[in-house]
Design a protein. Structure first.
Length: 146
């Protein structure tokens, strides 16, 4: 591998895959004296994803970039005093600062709390009086934590 400062002379390399090594889900259900609780999770281990939001917040300002956000990582940009930084120098109008690069690839592993369901089933001695077989009152929440 040879270092170059010309984007046209640079080579392309495979930097990993978006495919996970493993993915799936798990959960549990508990019940006690008419109360019930169920919790469901999903997960992925491995794979990479291109973080375009991060890349956008690392972009140099241009005349048309009014109102854009900058990432705090830019405070660690390359300078003559900070020459070991892997973040390019912050320069107005630099179109190459956020060119497609493996520096914006991030680990795609995650654990997500998909659903929590909590309920109470009224006793049949109560529901029979109103000629109903079963009444369950419950709360549910989806996509809780990622």
């Amino acid at each position: 591998m040879e270092t170059t400062t010309s984007y046209d002379a640079a080579d392309y390399y495979l930097c990993g895959t978006a495919l996970p090594d493993m993915y799936g889900g798990f959960g549990t259900s508990l019940s006690y004296k008419g109360f019930d609780l169920s919790v469901d999770f999903t997960y992925q281990i491995g794979g990479q994803i291109y973080d375009s939001d991060y890349a956008g917040m690392m972009a140099s300002p241009t005349a048309s970039s009014k109102g854009t956000n900058f990432h705090a990582d830019l405070l660690n940009e390359w300078t003559s005093e900070n020459s070991s930084s892997n973040i390019p120098r912050f320069q107005f109008g630099d179109n190459y600062t956020t060119a497609s690069s493996d520096r914006f690839l991030t680990n795609a592993s995650y654990l997500s709390l998909q659903n929590i369901n909590f309920g109470y089933t009224l006793p049949s001695s109560v529901t029979r009086k109103i000629q109903v077989d079963k009444i369950r009152v419950y709360l549910t929440a989806d996509n809780i934590w990622y």
